[in-house]
Design a protein around this ligand. Structure first.
Ligand code: 13P
Ligand code: SF4
Length: 678
């Protein structure tokens, strides 16, 4: 059964039979094609080895039990949440075993999936599919495990400019695959191997007689290679910093947090600093707040926990039971849409479904109104439906619950769908900052207008309501900040530092008049008195992923391409972009553009993919090479939407978003001030 010499590895993106692998990147993503081609070249010998060890002369069981002409359809399903990486490698395994097997990826590498989600479909001769299944999944599970762990580290430092790097602690032979998976998780690659960068460690330093002679020798031998030097203490750091021209990077080896802070102050931005050693998920955020530029994490690739994926071959039943049965998830994905449509028509005008632009396609298809957070908040005040079903993240449903009329109920299909950015600020530390402002200014409420981005908890909206403040969204932040500055001399903006900085800069406030709050080292009273804007140091882990390099890459390859980004992106991205605005603004700009317009869009990827589908006459692509997805937005699935609607159909209210009356009242004041603005 095993074909001894297949013609070649499958072309990426499908072959003449079509459907080998469906990539949804859109447009001629040359860099992506090249990346996948080099990945497959690296994977080819590993696949040969793996197939030889697992199948050898044949799959004894499948050949004995399955008819030679039987065709099988399998669904690769995620059994746990995580980030997918390695779909093209898994597809190459199937196709190496039998070129007649088709693999259709339902998600993209770098995409977050939830438990129960369909990852890929596999169709082909039953014996071949089952023979290849284990090996294909072994590659996919390992690579997805690396991408998943990387994304957790990247998320943990998302509020800082620090990048997460891998190391050479990869599985022997798997270097390129492991490092590709790190990139899919949002991490960056350190040197690939010993030949592409000089990394002078303690042993080299001791043998060469010190840092300075070691660097001189390396430079003489390899003038074109980047040089990194490891230092063990601040003395060695000073020596490394004294070298001219400067080395490319300095690694702080196993330093304490305090030593790292001192090292950052000593280097003062002259040479980028990397730290390594004893990096755990529990510690990494604290390490990043020291101000180091890079943190390298061996665990990303040396302690891999495979992502739980399996292939189900159960044919889809006609009427799937809801709630799931063993082996039934794939089948449910097929028929669920019909079921939800039926439930929706039964519930009729008792419900309204609101959907944010970042929702999955199959979910947003059922939204009566899709929009940005401003439009959805407005709709929540207008609808008379008894049940508002909110397909979005928790703060959005909470906002709707505050704005809803008496007797209306707001429900969310998954109440644990939070917002990373909203979680970066809670009432207690914001109150502590306010107390500092009070002491420094003498009267915080006269001096500072508290402004909370709508991506925040009800408590923070209540805080604003109580102190005469206001809520803003990305669609009206500029108007809101102007409103605030007409009433009080300064603004305290939380939780998104980037939105705050971008908007304030846009209305002409100099960067020097903006102060980033640091709760560990609160600014002096004098610094507070001088500032016009105090920014909370929160950020979105999705929009933080865009880097200036992404913009320059796109501009180089597509000189007339327009770059449009969400204002949650960092200031340097917004500055480089042609346009910035809320999700609704991005949707409107693309809709209004003539055919042939080229766009690189810096926001959540589900929206970008939808725009690609809706505007085939334009060339639309995600701004980043590994496009980011909002994990929590993806937690709303057709399945949990169906369960919620089923509950309503039988008179049961599931996942109601409840807000305490007193806090809701205060939050409502801040929301009403915003809604009255326009
Ligand atoms: P919009 O209001 O632009 O839809 O943004 C909400 C959001 O969460 C962006 O990350
Ligand atoms: Fe929150 Fe960012 Fe997701 Fe928007 S994209 S919901 S800000 S985590």
């Amino acid at each position: 059964m095993l074909r001894s010499s297949p013609p070649s590895f499958p072309p990426i993106g499908g072959d003449e039979r079509g459907g080998a692998i469906a990539w949804i990147d859109g447009g001629p993503t040359v860099a992506r094609q090249e990346e996948l081609e080099s990945l497959l070249r690296a994977a080819e010998p590993l696949i040969e080895l793996a197939i030889a060890e697992d199948i050898g002369p044949g799959d004894a069981t499948s050949e004995a039990t399955l008819a030679a002409d039987a065709i099988l359809h399998g669904c690769v399903i995620a059994k746990a949440s995580g980030v997918i990486a390695g779909l093209s490698v898994a597809a190459a395994v199937f196709r190496r075993v039998d070129p007649a097997i088709d693999v259709v990826a339902q998600v993209d590498d770098g995409q977050e999936v939830v438990a129960g989600e369909l990852v890929a479909e596999v169709t082909g001769p039953a014996r071949s599919v089952l023979a290849a299944e284990r090996t294909a999944l072994n590659f996919l599970q390992r690579m997805s495990g690396i991408a998943t762990l990387t994304s957790r580290f990247v998320d943990a430092v998302a509020c800082t400019p620090t990048a997460i790097l891998d190391t050479r602690k990869t599985l022997p032979g798997f270097r390129l695959l492991d490092k590709y998976a790190v990139r899919m998780g949002g991490g960056q690659n350190h040197r690939m191997s010993l030949y592409d960068m000089v990394l002078i460690k303690d042993n080299h330093i001791d043998a060469a007689g010190g840092i300075i002679p070691a660097v001189a020798a390396a430079r003489a031998a390899h003038p074109s290679l980047p040089i990194e030097v490891e230092v063990r203490d601040l003395d060695e750091l000073r020596q490394a910093l004294s070298i001219s021209p400067p080395v490319d990077r300095i690694m702080l080896d196993n330093m304490s947090l305090e030593e790292m802070r001192q090292a950052v102050a000593t280097a003062a931005g002259r040479v980028p600093l990397e730290t390594s050693g004893n990096v755990t998920l529990g510690r990494v955020a604290e390490m990043a707040t020291t101000g180091v530029d890079y943190i390298s994490v061996g665990a990303l690739t040396h302690s891999v926990r495979a992502l739980d994926l399996s292939m189900e071959v159960t044919p889809p039943p006609l009427s799937p039971p809801l709630g799931g049965t063993k082996g039934g998830e794939a089948a449910m994905a097929v028929n669920l849409a019909t079921h939800v449509a039926r439930l929706k028509s039964v519930l009729s005008d008792r419900i309204v479904i609101l959907g944010h632009h970042y929702q999955r396609d199959d979910v947003i298809a059922f939204a009566d109104l899709r929009g940005d957070s401003l439009a959805l908040a407005r709709e929540a005040t207008r609808t008379d439906a008894q049940f508002i079903v909110f397909c979005g993240v928790h703060f959005m449903a909470e906002t709707a619950a505050i704005l809803a009329k008496p007797g209306q109920h707001v429900l969310i299909p998954d109440p644990t769908a939070g917002c990373y950015l909203a979680d970066t600020a809670t009432l207690e530390p914001v109150q502590a900052a306010w107390d500092h402002l009070e002491v420094a200014s003498g009267n915080a409420e006269a001096e500072f207008m508290p402004v909370t981005y709508v991506n925040s908890s009800v408590e923070l909206k209540g805080f604003c309501g109580q102190h005469g403040g206001i809520v803003c969204t990305s669609g009206n932040a500029e108007r809101v900040v102007r409103w605030a500055l007409q009433r009080r001399p300064r603004v305290f903006f939380f939780p998104d530092q980037h939105l705050g900085r971008n908007v304030c800069k846009g209305i002409g406030i100099p960067l020097g008049d903006m102060l980033l709050w640091d709760e560990r080292q609160p600014p002096s009273a004098e610094a507070i008195r001088k500032a016009t804007v105090i920014l909370w140091p929160g950020a979105c882990n999705v929009h933080q992923r865009f880097r200036p390099q992404h913009v320059s890459d796109k501009r180089e390859r597509f000189p007339t391409m327009r770059v449009i980004v969400h204002p949650e992106c960092k200031m340097e991205i917004v500055d480089l972009a042609d346009d910035t605005g809320s999700t609704a603004h991005i949707v409107r700009q693309v809709a209004a553009a003539p055919a042939g317009t080229q766009w690189a869009i810096g926001t959540e990827t589900r929206l970008v993919h939808r725009l690609q589908q809706q505007h085939p006459g334009q060339l639309i692509m995600p701004l980043a090479d590994v496009p980011p997805f909002c994990r929590t937005m993806g937690q709303i699935t057709l399945q949990n939407l169906a369960q919620l609607l089923e509950g309503l159909a039988r008179g049961e209210i599931i996942n109601e978003v409840a807000v305490d009356v007193e806090t809701a009242h205060r939050a409502r004041m801040a929301l009403d001030r915003m809604l009255e603005l326009a």
